[in-house]
Write a protein that binds this ligand. Structure first.
Ligand code: GRF
Length: 208
C-alpha cells in the first residue's frame, strides 16, 4: 500500500475528491496518510480532520531563506514516509531539494490542457481568464508529474471540457473542476499506486 501525502492551501475540493475516491475504491493500493497545508486557515484541513487524516502546517513565511523552507518541507515529507505527494491546490513553489528528492513522485493537477495556459503566472482564475480571452472552445485539466520546469513535467492524464459562450472564468473553473479535475486526479493517483506509470525522456507511459 502506497503512502500518499496531499499538499493543500485552500478549499480542498481536489483533496475531497481524493478522499472520496479512496473510500469508494477508485484509488487502488494507496492511502492518504497526511495532509500538509501552507495555510493554517485552509478549509482543506477541516476536510482532513473530518476524515481522521493527520495534518501538518508549513508556512513559507516562517523561514528567512527559500532553501531553508525547501529543506524543512523535504524533511517533513521524508518523516511521513511519503511514496507519493499530491499537489491539490498547493500555492507555494516547490524547490530543487524537494523536487529532486521525490523525482516522478509528485503529481500536480493543472486546470488547463498543458501546454496551453500554463507556466509561471497561470494559476487559479487567471488560467480560465486567459482561455476565455483566447476564445478556445475546449479547455480541461492535466494531471502531471512535477519537475523543475513550471507545469513542464511528464503528462499522466488529460481531460477536455467544453467552453460555452457566455462563460465567466468562475463558471468555466467550476465546470473544469467537476468534469475533469475531480476525476483525473484520483485516476492518476491510482495508476501511480499500482505502479502503472513509467517515465522515459520526460514522457509518462501508462500500462494497463
Ligand atoms: C484547482 O483549480 C487546481 O486545479 C489548482 O488549484 C485549485 C485548487 O482547488 N491547482 P481546491 O483547493 O482543490 O478546491
Amino acid at each position: 500500500m502506497k503512502n500518499i501525502v496531499v499538499l493543500v492551501s485552500g478549499g480542498g475540493t481536489n483533496l475531497q475528491a481524493l478522499i472520496d475516491a479512496e473510500k469508494s475504491g477508485i484509488i487502488k493500493n494507496g492511502k492518504i496518510s497526511c495532509v500538509i497545508s501552507s495555510n493554517p486557515d485552509a478549509y482543506a484541513l477541516e476536510r482532513a480532520s473530518k476524515n481522521n487524516i493527520p495534518t501538518e502546517v508549513i508556512r513559507r513565511k516562517d523561514y528567512d531563506e527559500f532553501f531553508e523552507y525547501d529543506k524543512a518541507l523535504t524533511d517533513l515529507l521524508k518523516s511521513k514516509n511519503a511514496d507519493l505527494i499530491v499537489l491539490a491546490g498547493f500555492m507555494t513553489i516547490l524547490g530543487h531539494e524537494v523536487i529532486s528528492a521525490f523525482e516522478n513522485r509528485i503529481i500536480n493537477i493543472h486546470p488547463a490542457l498543458i501546454p496551453s495556459f500554463c507556466g509561471e503566472g497561470f494559476y487559479g482564475l487567471r488560467v480560465h481568464k486567459a482561455a476565455l480571452e483566447k476564445g478556445v472552445k475546449l479547455s480541461g485539466a492535466t494531471a502531471h508529474f512535477v519537475n523543475e520546469v513550471c507545469d513542464g513535467g511528464p503528462i499522466i492524464i488529460q481531460k477536455a471540457v467544453e467552453v460555452k459562450s457566455g462563460d465567466t472564468p468562475e463558471v468555466l473553473q467550476k465546470r473544469i473542476m467537476e468534469q475533469a479535475e475531480w476525476k483525473i486526479l484520483p485516476q492518476a493517483v491510482s495508476l501511480f499506486c499500482q505502479d502503472k506509470i513509467t517515465v522515459k525522456d520526460n514522457i509518462a507511459i501508462i500500462s494497463d
